[in-house]
Design a protein around this ligand. Sequence first.
Ligand SMILES: Cc1ncc(COP(=O)(O)O)c(C=O)c1O
Length: 398
Amino acid sequence: MTANPVAAPGRDPALPIRAKVKHLAHSAIREIAHAGMAADDVIPLWFGEPDLPTAKFIVEASDRALRAGHTFYSHNSGVPALRETLATYSSRLYGRDIDVDRITVTAAGMNALMMIAELLIDPGDNIVSVTPLWPNFFRCIEIMDGEVHQVPLTRSGDGWELDLDRLFDTCDERTRAICVNSPNNPTGWMMDSETQAAVLDFCRARGLWLIADEVYARVVFDRPVAPSFLELATPEDLVLVVNSFSKTWAMSGWRLGWITAPRALESVIENLNEYNVASPSTGTQYAGIAAVRDGEPFVAELVERYRIARDIVQQRLGTMRRVQLTRPDAAFYAFFSVDGVTDSRAFAKQMLSERKVGLAPGIAFGEGGEDYLRICYAKTPELLGAAFDRLEPVLDGR
Ligand SMILES: Cc1ncc(COP(=O)(O)O)c(C=O)c1O
């Protein structure tokens, strides 16, 4: 009998694909969402995206570009005018010269994270990541046969705290990178500039990459932009900063983002883009140019909406007797614990079936989040009010 060449050791003969991919965890957020999506009386607070549609001037820019014939592949690294626009935007925002050759346009943040995993991880390598964290990057690392070593934030008063010594001590000889998502999904925690400098120094001394997921950089309430590693890194530092149009310009469905990388990686990431998506959608990239060039009033409007929503969350959810809630200054999530709740998945299912509100279970976000629930509050005050009315009988212990 000839051996089946696809049924390599460790593969299920009935479905001979990589075991790593076959057993890749399904998102616990999706698990709850899929259970609730069919019902039309559920208030969905599970996914993290703006509730407003993309502004008209952005849609029209894409429409114009497509009608003008921009319907072909673009350069692997992105439409030159978009890369220029992003370089100018980043340089202005962070007060540093960020050259266009450091910028690669990607099919949103998710694809940027997958490419970073492809770039850095050999089998058995690990990354050390601050958690809780939106889990998708962890799955990218696992697809590449790497591991994630988690360092959980801890609750401290009104916010969250990172034990830097623990972060550094978790790095071992197989560590390739430290991953920091700030502002953080799900906690809203932000790393301050001083801590960023310490992490960057550690990475420099150890020859580690620093992966900074900054997709919420502009969703911040007490300043125009969150502290960024781009303010500190030289063009040669091993720093990869991931950004996205999804949150800042309410463009989650367009799938557009970018990576800012050391200069030396330009042609490497360009090449990786070729084998991932060839180039991000061309019409979408023209929408991106309009968003960045003319979108500041729209960004300000969105952030103000989120600030108002954040305050409603504090007033309603924050005063319910069984709820412990922090006061985030960034992103658009409330990450809260409930007295007596230790199984966030079971509690989210219960709230879905009994109260018809869709919550994301904290267990989805890794270590430090197991007992928590997340809501995305990028919603109207009316919708949030209705959700809290439904949750109140349970969360207020009455
Ligand atoms: C922390 C974080 N990084 C990256 C992403 C990816 O966003 P997108 O792929 O829409 O750019 C998300 C989306 O929720 C996120 O929360």
